[in-house]
Design a binder for this molecule. Structure first.
Ligand code: FE2
Length: 374
């Protein structure tokens, strides 16, 4: 009895049911070449494709998958389209954070009633593998949330996409699912977007970090984390705070030219294996100096991993009341210092690595200094 009661309550109070993340779509300058990076460096399999060969005239989309993570890379084939304008303004970046729902029509109309702006109205697409209903609302910057209802669909991705197989010999690096997606918004925008997720999508505020939590000698930021009813979808929202020099959030906003997705955290069951494979594949990570590890035993206590192994791979460790977590951040994955990935392994901990913020931001500042943007 006691085990069923909380679940029933959670369901009753979830006013915007989401089943999880469906996919992330990047608009990029050269999807063909980016797709090879996702395969060779990040261990994703190529699973589906749409483009001129499949009857799509204005764009190409490559769908890459690793376990539950689906990434779509889309490029425009024409000079003046929404996609090419997006890439010209923002550089490569995340356009769509797509969410898996049972009913894309009701999600859309509920969101609009609660104050969301439409990106596109519900429409149905079908092929021999079934049908999918999609709709979308706008969020921060030019980013949108697409609602995907794929209850009866058995195809590779969406109707209109053809299945593909990697020609490159892909080796998974052990990435499992999207843990959280972080947005950077303008000064003063954080509370507005937190309220948006609360009012429109029934998210709950999980954690607040102010500039006392997240500051170094030079830069500061504030962050609030919101989470949906079942806890599968978590969106931290960052805004810059005043520091002596330009914060990493301001640098992002300058280069991305608007609010947008800062990082995508993907989970692994074995971060040591994942990171060493990614390094061998040529992925570069943020570096923390050796002295970061000096107070780890004291701060974190007993952990299952060998500290020397973690140090060799430059993996960060933090503990909260539920357990501990291991995490590491890639450098930006395109030329502009904008989007990057976080690799995270949770050993009970449900937080986001607050104890690492200072070391992490000092690492980012060293990179900013090299770029002359600090
Ligand atoms: Fe994160």
């Amino acid at each position: 009895m006691t085990t069923t009661a909380p679940a029933a309550t959670a369901q009753a109070t979830d006013t915007f049911p989401l089943k999880g993340t469906d996919h992330l779509e990047f608009y990029v300058g050269n999807a063909k070449q980016s797709a090879l990076y996702y395969q060779a460096a990040l261990g994703f399999e190529w699973v589906a494709y749409a483009g001129p060969e499949t009857g799509v005239r204005d764009r190409v989309s490559y769908v890459l998958q690793q376990d539950k993570i689906r990434i779509v890379l889309t490029s425009s084939l024409l000079p003046d389209t929404e996609i090419s304008r997006h890439v010209a303004l923002h550089g490569d970046g995340v356009k769509v954070l797509a969410l898996w729902v049972d009913d894309a029509e009701s999600a859309y109309y509920t969101a609009l009633e609660r104050g969301a702006e439409s990106a596109f109205a519900p429409f149905k697409r079908s092929d021999e593998q079934g049908e999918v209903v999609m709709s979308a609302i706008k969020t921060y910057g030019d980013t949108i949330h697409t609602f995907v209802e794929r209850t009866n669909y058995t195809g590779a991705f969406l109707p209109g996409f053809q299945p593909r197989k990697s020609v490159y010999p892909v080796k998974s690096v052990g990435l499992k699912y999207v843990d959280h997606c972080v947005g950077n918004v303008e000064l003063g925008g954080m509370d507005k977007w937190v309220k948006f997720y609360q009012d429109v999508m029934g998210f709950k505020l999980l954690i607040t970090f102010d500039d006392n939590d997240i500051s170094t000698e030079y830069t500061a930021l504030m962050s609030k984390v919101v989470s949906n009813g079942n806890g599968y979808v978590k969106f931290p929202i960052n805004e810059p705070a005043k520091g002596l020099k330009k914060s990493q959030i301001e640098e992002y906003l300058d280069f991305y030219r608007s609010a947008g997705v800062q990082h995508i955290a993907v989970a692994t069951d074995d971060i040591l294996a994942t990171v060493s494979q990614m390094r061998a594949n040529g992925v570069d990570f943020l570096y923390v100096p050796e002295n970061y590890y000096e107070d780890v035993p004291e701060r974190v206590g007993a952990i299952e991993e060998n500290l020397e192994d973690l140090k060799r791979q430059n993996i960060l460790i933090d503990r909260d009341e539920d357990g501990y977590l291991l995490q590491i951040f890639t450098k930006p994955i395109q030329d502009r210092p904008t989007v990057f990935f976080e690799i995270i392994q949770r050993r009970g901990a449900r937080s986001f690595g607050k104890g690492n913020f200072k070391a992490l931001f000092e690492a980012i500042e060293r990179e900013q200094e090299l770029r002359g943007t600090l």
